[in-house]
Design a protein. Structure first.
Length: 606
């Protein structure tokens, strides 16, 4: 390996720390602080809880995501939608396919529910560090909430401008963050090295056997140490597996040192009632506490940014695989096509974050609602992996997937206790995308089953007659179709009934493939002046449709598409019709120039 290649690889690792590990990297701010509000920081409880945290990071993050989930990727792709796509070819039973689809829908929706609370708890917990600055101990809560809201507002405003210019700084900032966490944690571990005994799982087992009920309740907060672990898999498509795994080794060591350093601090400072991280930093270097607080706020912004970008990417996959309504998508980077912006989703998330801030007002109370969506998504990932490894007959991996999936489910059942304490908020938020997915997919089935299509052979026979006998409009016209076997009724209506036939007419069919990436075109001539272009697109591919058309020597003058007028007596389907009307059309979704678009109305009753 050359020096240039080595430097490039190391830069990818640093970038992974900024893009992937912001969420899990900021968990030490609040995890132990929340746990020791429930149990007193005694030697037995500190060692038992640190043992649980250590093994949760091993089982849920290292085994489930860093090893098993990333091993399923063939081309660097990741995420819940990817797992469903990997599994679908194995499924012959329609009932099993339906179950897997529902699990995929739930996993995607829970990620969005998690994505709302992540910025709220991360930013607010960092801002609360102001209370430890001398003379600011009595700062009114409303001022902290306004400060946190302003930070959130700036974060969501800059999404539209893209983060390409500042993203290069994310990695180095997170390297400084992890070095600070690990370095200070190591200093306190050296002062109280007996804390390392907590790596022995027997401390967790003994604590659980002695206090089973308390342990079950605490699992809902211990899981906070693993939040963001799913990003190892979901963001792999942007960076590749190796940089993410190397980054996890660095982040894992820093996180363990930080948690165990906080534990050592609590052993010698049992009177600590706030955040162990902030209090140990104030004792360690009081003159650097304000710079550390600023670093903490920046780290939480990076963590929130990574979550928001991840939601945009996952929703884009859902749109291209036709399980989610088309929303207006803007590309914020000329270099990175994966950097996208979905305005309606962006401001929906911002509104929810502000609601979370002012409803809960304290990071400790937010933690009472946090973790339910995370552990639910982890349980679904574990379940899907067990099924995949079973079909592939990878028995060793299946056993470990069963272990990690079962562990995730145990954490999830504990998190169910959070529902009456605010956990229902994450479920309410997740129910919005889930409801949209169910409504949209069922509505699409009904809509397309109501359409009349024309047999291709009959269409071609009539087309040849009209093309031969009638005059042609100069230029090229595109007509979009769902299936290449049949011709949508709007095409013969446009050509034969309205007499609109161009010199060159191209029927375009978009077909998502089971592969994550790649674009292939299949071009065929059907008749004089009539061609069929089938574009096979990977379900994760972010592409420029006009560039593809130009590569096929197509310079369209007009683009025709079916514009459905949905009529229904059902309130449910009227809501679907409203969503359909509010969503950009298929061709608008791919950013064709509006002056070229002509929608041909067709009435559909469902």
């Amino acid at each position: 390996m050359t020096l240039r290649e080595r430097i490039k690889n190391e830069m990818m690792v640093i970038k992974a720390l900024g893009v992937v590990y912001g969420d899990i990297g900021t968990s030490p701010i609040y995890t132990l602080a929340v746990i020791f509000l429930i149990v007193p920081p005694m030697v037995e409880s500190i060692l038992g809880i640190l043992s649980f945290v250590f093994w949760a990071l091993i089982v849920l993050v290292t085994i489930q995501y860093a090893w098993l989930a990333t091993s399923l990727s063939e081309k660097g792709e990741g995420g819940t939608v990817v797992l469903v796509q990997i599994l679908t070819p194995y499924l012959q039973n329609t009932r099993m396919a339906a179950i897997v689809s529902v699990l995929g829908f739930l996993g995607l929706s829970l990620m969005i529910g998690d994505g709302v609370i992540t910025p709220a708890i991360s930013i607010l917990s960092a801002v609360e560090g102001v209370l430890l600055i001398p003379h600011y101990e009595e700062t009114p809560r409303i001022y902290l909430l306004i400060f946190a809201s302003v930070i959130a507002l700036v974060l969501f405003i800059v999404q539209k401008r893209g983060i390409e210019k500042v993203a290069s700084a994310f990695g180095p900032v997170m390297v400084i963050w992890f070095l600070t966490l690990g370095g200070v944690g190591l200093w306190y571990i050296i002062q109280e090295s007996s804390i390392l005994e907590a790596m022995n799982p027997l401390y967790a087992i003994n604590f659980a056997m002695k206090f089973p009920l308390i342990t079950f309740i605490l699992l809902a907060d211990i899981v906070l140490a693993t939040t963001g672990g799913e990003a190892l898999y979901a963001d792999m498509g942007h960076l590749g597996r190796l940089p993410i795994l190397k980054g996890w080794i660095f982040a894992f060591v820093a996180l363990v040192l930080s948690y165990y350093g906080q534990g050592a601090f609590l052993l010698t400072h049992p009177e600590c009632t706030g955040s162990p991280l902030f209090e140990m930093m104030q004792e360690f270097a009081p003159q650097f506490f304000i710079p550390f607080l600023i670093l903490t706020i920046i780290a939480t912004i990076i963590a929130s940014q990574a979550m928001i970008s991840g939601i945009f990417s996952v929703l884009y996959q859902a749109m291209t695989t036709r399980i989610f309504p088309h929303f207006r998508v803007e590309y914020t980077s000329h270099e990175l096509r994966s950097q996208i912006y979905v305005g309606s989703v962006n401001w929906f998330l911002f509104g929810c974050v502000i609601i979370m801030l002012f409803v809960f007002q304290e990071s400790g109370k937010l933690a009472a609602a946090y973790g339910l969506a995370v552990s639910g998504a982890m349980s679904i990932t574990g379940t899907l992996m067990v099924i995949i490894f079973a079909y592939r007959r990878s028995w060793i991996k299946m056993v470990f997937a069963l272990l990690s999936g079962t562990t995730s489910f145990v954490f999830f059942t504990s998190c169910l206790l959070k529902i009456p304490h605010g956990g229902y908020w994450s479920l309410l938020i997740a129910s919005v995308p889930l409801g949209l997915i169910i409504l949209y997919t069922e509505g699409q089935k009904r809509l397309y089953s109501s359409f009349l299509s024309v047999d291709k052979d009959e269409f071609l026979k009539e087309y040849k007659v009209h093309y031969t006998q009638e005059s042609h409009i100069e230029g090229t016209a595109l007509f979009f179709a769902r299936k290449k076997e049949n011709i949508p009724a709007y095409i013969p209506k446009t050509m034969f009934q309205n007499g609109i036939i161009y010199e060159r007419n191209v029927i375009v069919k978009m077909k998502p493939t089971s592969e994550p990436l790649g674009v292939e075109c299949e071009f065929s001539n059907l008749a004089p002046g009539l061609s069929l272009l089938v574009i096979f697109v990977g379900y994760m591919e972010v592409f420029n449709m006009e560039e593809i058309l130009k590569s096929q020597n197509i310079n369209e003058r007009t683009i025709f598409y079916g514009d459905e007028e949905i009529v229904s007596h059902s309130l449910w389907w009227k809501l679907y019709a409203f969503i359909k009307d509010m969503s950009p059309s298929f061709v608008s979704f791919y950013n064709f120039p509006s002056e070229k678009l002509i929608g041909v109305s067709r009435r559909a009753e469902i």
